[in-house]
Design a protein around this ligand. Structure first.
Ligand code: SF4
Length: 388
């Protein structure tokens, strides 16, 4: 079994490898093979922590054959599990987490390639990833002097529009882009983010499977699905305290707000973390739009993301943990408070409980949040004076 397939299970070659595997998925599930537990972990971590990496550490392809086999086969089983959860937001979040994980692996592989390090682990290069998504002809590197690695690329406008979204921020809007002969100029990091969207689309494709509950593989996975549903309902987040006190926000969130207030575009993981936090403390979409009125975040993108964080039953998924935010470079563990909280919401809850007096931002900006469209608010995300 090719470890690269396990590392990128959504690649066409990996799908073929699964189809050609000696044991069928129903057999693996019936036998409760290691891939089944890894699939459960994969879905749990995707939904609760925004990553599909194993708890034991990132999979890089250098693991034993058995581990690689379980890793590869866990992917199609995870897709079945997430289908059985019967929740559209769960599918969206699962696909986003798989894409974020894949992007981390691609970045790591490309760095390895760039540094010409000898490595025993299987890696892909950028050209292979582009070819996987039929983008080889749609992307060309901008020449550099002295044979240095490309910093910018030109991507066909059709592919750009397909794999990016204006909801990612103003800078992604086509009108704000250099355009030449039908190609759009993007930085290397922006190209990778577009590839992340291509992965997400690939993962999302075909989900949910149409499975009859209580029959066949669905019956064999019933206990795993029940376990996931129980965990999700335990972790389903309702506002810990009904108060919006920016002065008590954890440093990671304050940093993101200040960055956005300097009109710096937040990366997709950064804006997801911030939106998930604000929704997590109970803010409505209108309130979030008003709160972020004077930032680089636009109302349309905020509404898209805040709606994504709810499902039609009102369930909210928690934002990423401190560990995941640290991996994204969003958390710098200021004051070593990772010791006291596993996630930004818990930290915020603790600070609110300990504060002597708390001023709710919504009381001072009530009119801004009534049907806010983000264009005339004087709210902004600036911390108010709040006594601890
Ligand atoms: S430790 Fe957690 S709460 Fe604190 S800054 Fe980091 S991510 Fe935020």
């Amino acid at each position: 079994m090719d470890a690269l397939h396990a590392k990128y299970p959504f690649f066409e070659a990996a799908r073929e490898a699964v189809a050609g595997a000696s044991a069928s998925l129903p057999t693996l599930v019936a036998e409760d093979a290691p891939a089944v537990e890894r699939a459960r972990e994969r879905v749990e971590r995707a939904l609760l922590e925004g990553t599909a990496e194993p708890e034991s550490g990132a999979f890089d392809g250098s693991e034993s054959g058995d581990v690689a086999r379980a890793e590869l086969l866990s992917y199609p089983i995870a897709r079945i599990l997430v289908s059985l959860l019967d929740s559209e937001p769960a599918i969206e979040k699962y696909a986003a987490a798989e894409a974020a994980t894949a992007l981390d692996r691609i970045r790591s592989d490309i760095e390895t390639d760039d540094e010409l390090r000898s490595t025993s682990r299987p890696t892909v290069d950028l050209d292979e990833v582009l070819a996987e998504f039929d983008l080889a002809d749609a992307v060309r590197a901008e020449p550099t002097r002295g044979g240095r690695d490309p910093v910018y690329y030109w991507i066909d406008v059709g592919a750009y529009l397909r794999f990016t979204s204006p909801s990612w921020g103003e800078s992604w809007r086509l009108v704000n882009r250099a355009l030449s002969n039908g190609d759009v100029r993007v930085s290397r990091e922006e190209l990778l983010e577009a590839l992340g969207a291509a992965v997400e689309e690939r993962v999302r494709e075909g989900l949910p499977f149409d499975l009859e509950a209580g029959e066949g593989i669905a019956a064999d996975l019933e206990s795993r699905v029940a376990e996931l549903k129980r965990l999700l309902s335990e972790r389903t987040y309702t506002a810990p305290v009904d108060v919006v006190a920016p002065a008590l926000f954890p440093p990671c969130m304050t940093n993101l707000i200040e960055k956005a207030e300097r009109d710096v575009t937040l990366s997709p993981p950064e804006s997801f973390a911030l939106m998930a936090f604000l929704v997590g403390i109970g803010m409505t979409p209108d309130e979030v739009v008003a709160f972020c009125a004077d930032t680089s975040l636009d109302a349309e993108g905020i509404r898209y993301q805040t709606e994504y964080l709810h499902d039609d039953r009102g369930t909210q998924y928690p934002p990423p943990t401190c560990e995941t935010l640290a991996n994204y470079g969003i958390c710098h563990n200021e004051d070593d408070h990772m010791r006291v909280a596993a996630d930004p919401l818990s930290y915020y809850e603790t600070r609110v409980e300990e504060a002597d007096e708390v001023t709710d931002w919504r009381e001072q900006h009530g009119s801004d949040t009534d049907g806010a469209d983000g264009t005339d608010s004087t709210g902004g995300g600036k911390p108010e004076a709040v006594e601890e």
